[in-house]
Design a protein around this ligand. Sequence first.
Ligand SMILES: *Cc1c(COP(=O)(O)O)cnc(C)c1O
Length: 398
Amino acid sequence: MAEAALFDTFARAPLRFERGEGVWLVTETGERYLDFGAGVAVTSCGHANPHLVEALKAQADKVWHLSNLYEIPEQERLAQRLVEATFADKVFFTNSGAEALECAIKTARRYHYSKGHPDKFHIITFEGAFHGRTIATIAAGGQEKYLEGFGPKAPGFDQVPFADIEALKAAITENTGALLIEPIQGEGGIRTASKEFLQQLRNLCDEHGMLLIFDEVQTGVGRTGKFFAHEWSGVTPDIMAVAKGIGGGFPFGACLATAEAASGMKPGVHGTTYGGNPLAMAVGNAVLDIVLEDAFLQNVRDVALVFRQGLAGIQDRFPEVIEEIRGEGLMLGIKARVPAAELTVAMREEYLLGVPAGDNVIRILPPLVVTAEEAREGLARIERAAEKLQSEKLKKSA
Ligand SMILES: *Cc1c(COP(=O)(O)O)cnc(C)c1O
């Protein structure tokens, strides 16, 4: 197969999708799958959303790429809209989530450098974190499976157990410049940092002159029912990394910061060739047209309730298969009592796609335009998958 010509880095399911429509993906042979993975929380507005398609096509007819040697009006407009809708004063556009994190890390280090504290470059992160696959972001994530074999771990990243305030306090030194956390860990298995914990992080940062960085690459752009997940807590960061949902499938990301936190980022100290190019910006503005509409986030919250209640019911009926339901909004996790891979396959046999995560969890991350009816259809499929696994398990133990 032609697949042999690719790096062997992915264990791919034998599925070939030809097109998408809203929450559905259609294979080359015409089978229809309910896509509750959304390309890992990316296709926020659904597949082939007409408004996004129109924006991309219209821009494609004008100009694709310019480089940041020139002014790009759509880039300025998107930055302005993000600034108006968030804590931030400044935005830097990137091609991916990892690069948004790279920018966040560099912004924090450069801030302290510009204040005369070049040694304050250490950043504390949390066990189970995922911040990307670059040399710096695997060090930030701190997971051995991603670090192994890639040479010395990039210096300046210290890690403490998730949500352990005492361990965190003990790890802070005069060289700690920032704390970096996902408000809800995605890859790590949908683990939510409590409002109290985020508030404690904010207080520690203010006390020690550290910057608070939120990685909202997966949680952001409506995923939890607020524009950004940290809004549920009332705690605001100094710097935030965004990607995935903001492009709706067009690959781009952004690093947002307060004017103070970004004050070390002077002309020439950072850059990008593709970041913020006209195609990406046209799509990003189209995504915001949809996500910032009044009814949009309300729909996410309403449908999330349908999912929560439905999943809780399935857990009650199939406790041998499902241990726990986790998450916020449409960022949900099913912690399985069987190997999560088995439940993923059983769901796939019911033509429903989810995304595996750490801690034996399957993520349910539907496009944010999912309706209550589509949610119920998906729940019925998850129920059938759980039923099948539970009866198999009971047969085996009988
Ligand atoms: C996906 C993800 C990243 C990395 O994004 P890429 O676009 O794959 O580089 C970083 N942080 C979090 C929380 C993510 O979910």
